[in-house]
Design a protein around this ligand. Structure first.
Ligand SMILES: [Zn+2]
Length: 195
């Protein structure tokens, strides 16, 4: 039972794009209020089913494993893997959180001064405008730098150190929801919708 309740369900918008992942309770609430339908994969084909159709399907073909169903007073209801929302077209995106690794990723692990490619351990974050000159710790003022370049630049503006940035640092664009889900959390029934 605990196992079944910990299941997660992928939610798609009307354009069949992944927009969220919800728990079992929320999934059934969406389904029973008719805000969503189930996308059932049968022999590689997708069938869209309403909440009622899903209950009938559960009665006809009761789930084999307990982890695949929810026990109600009268019956075992299958837990769906994918839901399709009825009235939602937006593609929500997730803001990329500002942190050390995210800056390295934005810059492709390339030192923004010498252009060399480095391992994470050989890289530093550099304040383009030094902190003591009012430079902020932000996407627009932090770049990836190898340790030698970082040392050479020290507390100076790049041009004062005779250095030039490869790229003007910018805040990364928001990423689509699907790319924010760690690979390990992707259920095999979701893969088709996570591209
Ligand atoms: Zn460098």
């Amino acid at each position: 039972m605990a196992d079944a309740l910990s299941r997660r369900i992928l939610v798609l918008n009307r354009l069949w794009q992944a927009v969220n992942i919800v728990g079992v309770k929320r999934a059934f609430s969406l389904l029973m209020q008719d805000h969503a339908q189930v996308i059932n994969t049968i022999d590689g084909e997708f069938r869209v089913m309403t909440g009622t159709e899903w209950l009938e399907f559960s009665l006809e073909k009761p789930p084999r494993k307990d982890s695949d169903c929810l026990h109600t007073v009268r019956m075992k209801v299958r837990i769906p893997s994918v839901l399709l929302l009825r009235g939602y077209d937006r593609i929500p995106a997730k803001e990329v959180k500002f942190n050390r690794r995210a800056v390295f990723e934005r810059d492709g692990y390339v030192c923004q001064y010498c252009g060399g490619h480095f391992h994470e351990k050989e890289l530093n974050l550099d304040h383009v405008i030094p902190r003591d000159m009012g430079g902020k710790t932000s996407w627009e003022n932090i770049v990836t730098s190898c340790i030698p370049c970082n040392t050479r630049k020290a507390n100076r503006l790049p041009h004062k150190a005779g250095m030039h940035l490869k790229k003007h640092p910018k805040r990364p664009r928001w990423r689509p929801f699907s790319s924010s889900v760690p690979e390990a959390e992707i259920d095999s029934n979701w893969t088709h919708f996570m591209k």
